[in-house]
Ligand binder design. Sequence first.
Ligand code: UT7
Length: 354
Amino acid sequence: MDHLMPRAAVVDGLGSCLPDRPVTNADLESFLPTSDQWIRQRTGIASRYWVAPGTGTGDLAVAAGRAALESSGQLGADLVILATTTPDHPCPATSPDVASRLGLGNIPAFDLSAVCSGFVYGLSMARAAIRSGQHSRVLLIAADTYSTIINKGDRATAVIFGDGAGAVTVRSGDPGEPGELLDAHLGSEGEHAGLIGITAGGSRMPDPVNAVDPGDRYFRMQGSQVYRHAVQRMTESSRTVMRRMRWSPGDIRAFIAHQANQRILDAVGDRLGIPPGRRLGNIHKVGNTAAASIPLAFAAAASENIVPAGSMTLFTAFGGGLTWGTVALTWPQIAQAKTLHLAETGALPAPTAK
Ligand code: UT7
């Protein structure tokens, strides 16, 4: 590349991974006071996947990362970002282990904690890392296993969340290439931090076993309040990026919003005026997979070849923190975007980095 040309950050690889075990609404009916009808009507979810005991976020992250590297045709990277709020351990970060298991060498690797906005935050960071010239190829993985932090007896969260991982590779390229990350807008509002999260297990209340309220050890969410913030923030942030890009709703060929709840997706899409056929997603099959939800929908759509490379694309997300963000890009040229199930990945031997 001519060193005088501005660097562009270009998505050139995409992959994802789901656990092997689907958990249907009928399965949930067997141990929770809920119904298939309530879950479908209120959330649009029919099934989701939960990891088997002992499987960690890092296992899904390695499989998704590997699928993304393979789909790009280039097995190396010089930075790994893992967006997750369910790391394998409180300390250290999961990403160095993931980078090592992928055979990527002694490259920098860090976890990014932005709850369900993690993938969009990560895309923004990857874009900046490449455009600054500090890195030339970033592996961004978004992986979460909320089944490990929810109280499976709490119907307010257990019916919504699923586990999964999605990943992209972002490389230095030329402006105008399909997959270029064109703009990013991020935001946060900490005064509402208490609406989503886990109270115990951090520095303020280190010992969850001795917490006054046993529920403090689990992930909790004030659902209906979060719902309103999610619709408002994803709509506003998308409008900001559309205005900056000078994109009208009819220009957008692919719109993927964080798959929190089908009703939220409908409300955001309707407010923005995005035609329903251009709103992509698979929440009915995977549930709310937190940071992984956008790349899981992205990989599913890419594998169906329904969006032409170069099409105007918008991703928008909202999550705990509160955090939110939107990224504008063009649809990448992806030879093969795979969604693997964990069992298909075998023993996950590390690939040889080029
Ligand atoms: O991903 C990060 C951000 N997260 C989100 O954006 C999630 C946002 N929130 C939501 O998606 C929705 O608020 C929920 C799906 C969590 C809940 O849906 P809702 O329509 O807001 O229900 P609600 O909490 O207002 O409850 C309505 C009724 C209540 O009964 P009453 O008081 O009307 O008799 C609940 O007790 O539905 C009841 N209910 C259930 N019934 C059957 C709540 N959960 C369930 C359930 N099964 N799982």
